[in-house]
Write a protein that binds this ligand. Structure first.
Ligand SMILES: [Zn+2]
Length: 366
């Protein structure tokens, strides 16, 4: 088992030996200082994480179906040439450092919780993206028209279609839009992977969990061939104080609020869960979903991620869990029992890191 830790806290000189003693074997750290060397000397692998689409300026934002421009997760348009060059330049710098490998985060399009305004979800329809969609063989104008109709329905607080079949018959352009997202991300991952592997480094990606991945363009089958490690972000009950992208509790609460408009809370949750093929337990409303999704959903997402990448034997699945969630050790143990051996913890926190618990997690008998 590989147990990974994201971050080293405020005192790396104390944290590094402590993590090693607790069974951690891989660590995400700042690659610009001497930390990679210190991590390696302690017997662990140093890794670094980069943002995939770091926004450049106001001219490189993502365009919504409403004609407005949006910044999401600090990112801009995933097809903008300047943004891609910036992302690749950062990767070129990182692979020259002493790290074992590089992860990308945010290699996707916007999700419901990636920005304050839900309109940011319905991106990107800038001129570059529309041209790119045509080159990929998609009908860009149809894609835009149907996605705009769906957004207008959301804006009018009308319940959304509950069945996938309804999207196929009534909003086929929305499915093209999701296909477009997946094709763009697959292409970019291939480019990034070539840079990392060309420099002799390993390459990994943080991705949305299987049930949400199609929404943001992260098709596992399209990404798995290019990564050594795929890490679904499976946060069950992440800090509810602020909106947090990718966390199951935040994203599903936001989704329940969308199609649930005008419906009793429990019915909105039930129908959202049905559309995405998940079990959100007996949550009475979106607020209860935000408080935390069932432990079983975490384990199921981990095991589904393994199944979806099974065709690529060299790609390891290492879900990243919330270190501060008291359910995390049980989730990791259950996922290991269904064959997901590796686990990551986000992020190092003096108070939440109990050495004995994590040492026990790496026990071969667990
Ligand atoms: Zn765009």
């Amino acid at each position: 088992m590989n147990l990974w830790m994201y971050g080293l806290g405020q005192s790396p000189q104390e944290t590094i030996p402590r993590l090693r003693a607790a069974g951690v074997s891989r660590v995400f750290c700042d690659c610009s200082a001497d930390l990679p060397e210190r991590v390696r000397e302690a017997g662990m692998e140093p890794w670094v994480c980069l943002g995939a689409f770091p926004n450049v300026d106001q001219t490189t934002l993502s365009r919504g179906v409403d004609g407005q421009d949006y910044l999401w997760f600090g990112s801009g348009c995933p097809n903008n040439a300047r943004i891609r060059e910036r992302g690749k330049a950062a990767l070129h710098r990182a692979v020259r450092s002493g790290v074992q490998g590089v992860f990308v985060d945010g290699a996707r399009f916007a999700s419901p919780c990636s920005a304050e305004n839900i309109a940011a979800l319905f991106t990107c329809f800038c001129d570059d993206c529309l041209d790119h969609a045509q080159r990929l063989g998609l009908d860009a104008q149809h894609m835009l028209a149907d996605t705009r109709r769906l957004y207008q329905r959301v804006s009018a607080r009308q319940p959304l279609p509950w069945q996938l079949d309804s999207y196929r018959s009534d909003y086929p352009g929305v499915l093209s839009w999701l296909r477009f997202r997946a094709l763009c991300i697959g292409e970019y991952m291939q480019e990034l992977s070539a840079i990392a592997h060309g420099a002799g480094k390993q390459f990994g990606a943080f991705v949305f969990t299987p049930s949400l991945a199609a929404l943001v363009g992260q098709e596992y089958a399209a990404i798995a061939p290019y990564v050594d490690v795929l890490s679904p972000m499976i946060y069950r009950a992440y800090d509810t104080a602020a909106v947090s992208a990718s966390c199951l509790n935040h994203e599903y609460a936001a989704l329940c609020r969308l199609p649930g408009a005008g419906l009793p809370g429990r019915e909105g949750v039930r129908r959202t869960a049905s559309l995405f093929g998940v079990d959100l337990g007996d949550a009475p409303d979106a607020q209860a979903v935000l408080a935390g999704v069932p432990e079983a959903l975490v384990v199921r997402e981990a095991c589904t991620a393994r199944d979806r990448t099974a065709a690529h034997a060299s790609t390891r699945v290492a879900p990243i869990y919330d270190l501060r969630d008291a359910h995390t050790p049980a989730c990791i143990r259950a996922a290991r029992q269904c064959g997901v051996q590796d686990a990551m913890l986000y992020h190092f926190d003096e108070g939440a890191f109990a050495d004995d618990i994590w040492r026990a997690m790496t026990d071969p008998a667990v």
